[in-house]
Design a protein around this ligand. Structure first.
Ligand code: VAH
Length: 321
């Protein structure tokens, strides 16, 4: 078995995907990469500096580490993408093209590419959105992700390259901060609550969005990675989600645990992005084809986030002492 290369490995998804890949496949079989050096706490892994807009750096890493499959996480998310659409195009679309071309040239066994509910737009139905529907996104992030879904399918049907992907909703986690998305408020709120600070939310209190706790998201990604290809009726665009909530729902859920926590609402440019996304997702095809399910509902997620952030804060205070 060859090794598994993770691009964009030091972001919110990568920080939780890496230990799960390590647990399943062994430290020596996981190669981590990003445009920045590996953080000290990941020094046990072999690592590479890869800028996915440079196709040669991907080929070089595949040769150096005998890579057999890639989890391609490198991407610029929705909010940051609107601050620099040209860079988002370069990294998200051309970067993914480079990964697919490298996979073809080096005959890789599998390429995993996360997509997003950000592929949907104002013309998409607002509730119970199926996989096959109108995808006219209003962000460069969404445009690049629709394109990479279609490009990945093309590489499967035209060249037989096994490319798989799923549409992540907003992802909540405690081990790394999100990287410039429209759903980042759902993580920031917890950090302010734990620090006994008032939080200013950049979305309206009634903005309902599909969400998921990171452990369920990582489990789903690995389930799709290990799924029998003959069972797949889609390849790069499976819908997944666990629950939907509004910022007010999350404020209320946190206040049940931290009564003094308060939120004020001051929508910014990200409100128009959120308004273009649906409220709830139909994930039945992922469940039918490869057994997608989730363990965390809103209440269980809130408890786990608060418990673990408090643990991390105690460790941080102890280390500073
Ligand atoms: C973003 N967190 O906000 C990402 C995600 C569905 C949202 O793709 O851009």
């Amino acid at each position: 078995m060859g090794t598994i290369l993770v691009t964009g490995a030091y972001g919110q998804v990568g920080r939780e995907l890496i230990p799960e890949l390590e647990r399943k496949y062994g430290t020596e079989n996981v190669i981590i990469s990003d445009v920045i050096p590996a953080p000290p706490d990941l020094s046990r892994f072999r690592s590479s500096r890869i800028d996915v807009s440079n196709g040669e750096s991907i080929i070089h890493a595949i040769d150096e580490f005998h890579v057999d499959s890639i989890f391609h996480l490198a991407a610029i998310l929705s909010a940051n993408g609107e601050k620099n659409p040209q860079k988002a195009f370069q990294i998200n679309l051309l970067g993914t093209y480079n990964v697919l071309e490298a996979g073809l040239k080096k005959k890789l066994s599998k390429i995993m590419i996360p997509s997003t509910i950000g592929v949907f737009g104002k013309e998409t139905p607002r509730r119970d959105v199926p996989v096959d529907t109108v995808t006219k996104p209003r962000t460069m992030y969404g445009v690049t992700k629709v394109a990479t879904e279609i490009l990945g399918s093309y590489y499967f049907y035209r060249f037989g390259l096994d490319v798989r992907g799923l549409r992540f909703p907003g992802l909540i986690s405690y081990s790394a901060m999100p990287g410039g998305g429209t759903t980042d408020y759902s993580v920031e709120m917890f950090h302010y609550a734990i620090a006994d600070k008032k939080y200013t939310c950049f979305l309206r209190e009634d903005t309902m969005l599909p969400m998921m706790y990171m452990p369920d998201a990582i489990n789903a990604f690995l389930q799709l990675y290990e799924a029998d290809i003959s069972k797949l009726t889609h390849h790069t665009d499976y819908n997944i989600s666990a629950f939907s909530f509004t910022p007010k729902d999350l404020e209320n859920a946190i206040q049940k645990r931290i009564p003094e926590f308060a939120v004020e609402y001051a929508p910014d440019f990200r409100q128009s992005i959120a308004d273009s996304w649906p409220e709830t997702i139909d994930h039945s095809e992922a469940s039918k084809d490869w057994g997608f399910s989730f363990k965390y509902d809103l209440e269980k997620m809130v408890d786990d986030m608060i418990t673990n952030l408090r643990k991390l804060k105690r460790v941080e205070i102890k280390n500073q002492a």
